[in-house]
Design a protein around this ligand. Structure first.
Ligand SMILES: Nc1ncnc2c1ncn2[C@@H]1O[C@H](COP(=O)(O)OP(=O)(O)OP(=O)(O)O)[C@@H](O)[C@H]1O
Ligand SMILES: [Mg+2]
Length: 369
């Protein structure tokens, strides 16, 4: 026997009973309404919120402007997990956010905020951190231990090769070649553990990109075409040129490897976008207006690993260590920046957003052009 669906209650009563904090935003990201659950969670009244830009009222450490714009442009819901949400009145709490455009009014957005249980949050974030830490610690130790015997193996093979026939020399060459490859992998693991805090000086992003582009074209990206699409007026960022070079090399290498040896095109795009701000725990905002995008026309990121590519040891490649992007994300976060990725078959965009060097700032007292 089928039950008839009951008539829906008035929307207002659903809104008032919804246990999840929810906010309704107009096309300019101003608050139209907040439900009672949001009032008590944020400790703010509807009256104090109505008509106010939501980003002035909430401290959220994610580039929400961009997320809102994307939800409107794609007319689809977006999810953001594990972000800190606070207000001037209230200490930040880790939450999962959902942003959904309203069906009958596409500019209007529904933002729901689901606070994560305290226990769950402490447990999980600590787990992830210590798991990554012990995995890296273990790998570093192994790397160190394996490098010595490898040097011995490679040396012995070279000695044998001196008196070997041409046929045997092919085999000893193989040993030397393969041990060299392993040593390279191990060095990458060690590098991850050795990362120092970034130096703070004014860095011209285009100089760094140029170095990255030139060295990749003579190496791993020899089969690729690299197109520059720069905004020459871009100001300097504050940071460590060598570490940023490592970031762009890793991204270019991934883009080149994605094409699997076939010719492809990588576009490096730089531009200025003042709208992007990172919100910090203490409620202050930091703008990250320098944008660098590395765009490739490869097959895109495999969906089964897409949500984890920034974790150490996650790789979709046979010989990958899975440390490239973990290193990138560590360096960028040490620089106070933000990295995001958008990937569909045929177009993968890694975007890095960095702060500007304040005028006259330079760690060494020398001005970098
Ligand atoms: N531009 C891209 N296109 C398609 N897939 C990508 C791209 N960039 C990264 N990936 C995927 O993400 C995975 C993780 O990348 P990451 O750089 O962290 O490790 P890796 O390249 O596998 O190894 P390593 O960089 O340490 O040599 C890659 O193995 C690949 O599957
Ligand atoms: Mg890589």
């Amino acid at each position: 026997m089928k039950k008839r669906a009951p008539d829906l209650p008035a929307p207002g009563s659903i809104w008032a009973s919804l246990p999840t904090p929810a906010l309704l935003l107009d096309a300019q990201d101003r608050v139209i309404a907040i439900n009672p659950a949001a009032e008590s969670f944020l400790n703010l009244s509807t009256r104090s919120m109505q008509g106010q830009p939501v980003l002035d009222k909430l401290a959220i450490d994610a580039p929400l402007e961009e997320v809102f714009a994307r939800a409107r442009a794609n007319q689809s819901a977006l999810f953001l997990n594990d972000v800190d949400v606070g207000t001037g009145e209230r200490a930040p709490v880790v939450c999962n956010l959902q942003v959904a455009p309203l069906n009958d009014d596409p500019g209007t957005l529904l933002l729901t905020i689901a606070p994560r249980e305290l226990a769950d949050r402490l447990g999980r974030s600590q787990n992830v951190k210590s798991a990554a830490k012990s995995a890296i610690g273990m790998a570093e130790m192994l790397a160190h231990e394996i490098k010595n015997p490898l040097a011995g193996i490679s040396g012995a093979a070279q000695l044998i090769s001196m008196n070997a026939s041409a046929e045997d020399r092919e085999l000893t060459d193989l040993i030397v070649e393969e041990t060299r490859r392993i040593v390279k992998l191990l060095e990458q693991v060690e590098q991850f553990g050795n990362l120092r805090p970034p130096e703070q000086r004014a860095v011209n992003i285009h100089d760094v990109l140029d170095r990255a582009r030139r060295s990749s074209l003579v190496g791993f990206a020899a089969h690729m075409q690299i197109v520059e699409d720069y905004d020459p007026s871009l100001p300097s960022t504050l940071g460590d040129g060598d570490q940023l070079l490592q970031v762009f090399l890793n991204l270019l290498k991934n883009a080149a490897e994605a094409s699997k040896g076939k010719p492809g095109v990588i576009r490096i795009r730089t531009f200025y976008d003042m709208a992007l701000r990172l919100r910090r725990r203490d409620g202050t905002g930091r703008s990250v207006p320098l944008q660098v995008e590395i765009i490739d026309n490869g097959p895109g990121i495999a969906p089964d690993i897409a949500s984890e590519i920034f974790e150490p040891f996650v790789s979709g490649r046979e010989n990958g260590t899975g440390l490239g992007l973990a290193l990138v994300s560590k360096i960028i976060s040490d620089h106070g920046g933000w990295i995001s990725v958008d990937s569909v078959p045929g177009k993968t965009v890694f975007r890095i957003s960095l702060p500007i060097a304040p005028k006259g700032t330079d760690g060494n007292g020398t001005e970098t052009p």
